[in-house]
Design a protein around this ligand. Structure first.
Ligand code: PEP
Ligand code: MN
Length: 339
C-alpha cells in the first residue's frame, strides 16, 4: 500500500517561516529517501478565543505558491468558505481540506462542495467534532457527488467529555467503520490534533499504520516553540522524518475484522486506564480526608463493599480468579498510597 505523507505548520505565519519549514522538510525527505506528497499550512485559522492568531489569510497564498514552485511539493490549506476556494484557485493551490469545525455543518460543507464542483481540486475531509460517522460520510459524499476525483478522509480524534491523555479521543472504531463502509476511500490520520503533544505522536502514528490508514498529516514547524498556534504539538522537520522512517509499515490491516476488534479493544483499554488513574486520584483525596479526621487507613467493611461491586459473572470461574487477584493488587496499592 502506498502511503501519503503530509507535513507542515499549523498556521502560515510568515513567508520566512513557511520557506524555512518547507526547506527543512525537503532536505529531510531527500536525506531519508522519503516522499512528501503535500505541504500543509492553515492560511485561515478557526480559533476559540477572538484574540488568538487567526492566520495570515490571503497574504499566505503567494508564500505557499513559492513553496510549491521552489520545492515541487503541492501545498494544501483548510477552507471554510466558497470564497476561500476561489482564492486558492487564484494562487494555484488545488489541494484543500475541510476542518473539524466546518465538518459539523453540512450546509457549509455543501457550499464548499459547490465551489469545487467539476474541478481538479483534491479535497480532504476531517472528521466532525462530534463522533457521528453518518455526518462524516455525508460530507465525503457531497464531494464525490461534486465529481471530485481525489477525496480523502482525515481522522483527527473527537473532543471527549471524559478526561483523556490525548487532546482528542481517538475512537478508532469510527474511522475503521468508515473504511468498512467506503473501502476505496483513502483515510489519513492527523496525530498532531489527536494527541495535542509531540511526545505521543509517534505511537499514535504507528497505531494508525497498524490499523491500515493510508497516511498521516503531521504538524511541523521550523521553530515549534515560537509557533503562534498549537505550539505543543508541532514537530521539528528532523523529528518528523525520523518518526516516518522508523514506522513499521507491515500490512497488519489485511483482515479488517481483526482490525475492528483490536480498535474496540484499544478503546476499552483507554477507558480502563483513564478510570484506574481517576480512581487512584480519588484514593489520594480520601486519604487526605481520613488524615484530617483521624480515621484509620484500612476499613474492612468499606473494602467489603468494593469487593461486592466486582462480584459479577459468578458463572465464569477464570474471571473470578482474575478479579480476586486484581482486587488484591488494587487494595494493596491503595493502602500503600494512603500511607
Ligand atoms: C488544522 O489542521 O489546522 C486544524 C485546525 O485541524 P482541526 O480542524 O482538525 O482542528
Ligand atoms: Mn493546528
Amino acid at each position: 500500500m502506498e502511503r501519503i505523507w503530509i507535513a507542515g505548520p499549523c498556521a502560515a505565519e510568515s513567508r520566512t517561516q513557511l520557506l524555512a519549514t518547507a526547506e527543512q522538510l525537503a532536505e529531510q525527505t531527500r536525506e531519508k529517501g522519503l516522499s512528501l506528497q503535500y505541504f500543509r499550512a492553515g492560511a485561515w485559522k478557526v480559533r476559540s478565543a477572538p484574540d488568538s492568531f487567526a492566520g495570515a489569510g490571503e497574504a499566505a497564498l503567494p508564500w505557499l505558491q513559492e513553496v510549491q514552485n521552489s520545492y515541487h511539493i503541492p501545498a494544501c490549506v483548510e477552507v471554510m468558505t466558497a470564497k476561500q476556494v476561489e482564492l486558492c484557485a487564484k494562487y494555484d493551490i488545488r489541494v484543500v481540506w475541510v476542518g473539524a469545525r466546518t465538518s459539523v455543518n453540512p450546509v457549509e460543507v455543501q457550499q464548499i462542495a459547490d465551489a469545487v464542483k467539476h474541478t481538479d481540486f483534491t479535497v480532504m475531509v476531517k472528521n466532525p467534532m462530534i463522533p457521528d460517522l453518518k455526518l462524516w460520510m455525508g460530507n465525503i459524499e457531497r464531494f464525490l457527488q461534486a465529481d471530485i476525483r481525489r477525496v480523502m478522509a482525515i481522522h483527527r480524534g473527537f473532543p471527549d467529555v471524559q478526561e483523556n491523555i490525548y487532546r482528542n479521543a481517538p475512537f478508532w472504531h469510527i474511522p475503521i467503520e468508515l473504511k468498512v463502509q467506503m473501502p476505496d476511500l483513502p483515510i489519513l490520520c492527523d496525530p498532531s490534533h489527536l494527541c495535542g503533544k509531540v511526545e505521543w505522536i509517534p505511537e499514535v502514528a504507528q497505531l494508525a499504520m497498524n490499523y491500515g490508514f493510508n497516511g498521516l498529516m503531521v504538524e511541523c514547524h521550523c521553530h515549534p516553540e515560537q509557533a503562534l498556534s498549537d505550539a505543543a504539538q508541532q514537530m521539528l522537520p528532523s523529528d518528523w522524518a525520523e518518526m516516518i522512517s522508523r514506522l513499521d509499515l507491515r500490512n497488519d490491516s489485511a483482515d479488517l475484522e481483526l482490525v475492528k476488534q483490536r480498535s474496540t479493544l484499544e478503546n476499552i483499554d483507554n477507558q480502563i486506564s483513564t478510570l484506574l488513574y481517576q480512581r487512584m486520584k480519588m484514593v489520594d483525596e480520601i486519604a487526605e480526608i481520613k488524615r484530617k479526621n483521624h480515621i484509620s487507613v484500612v476499613q474492612p467493611q468499606q473494602w467489603q463493599q468494593v469487593v461486592e461491586r466486582y462480584e459479577k459473572h459468578k458463572e465464569d470461574s477464570d474471571y473470578q480468579l482474575f478479579i480476586k487477584r486484581f482486587l488484591q493488587l488494587l487494595h494493596q496499592s491503595s493502602i500503600d498510597r494512603q500511607k
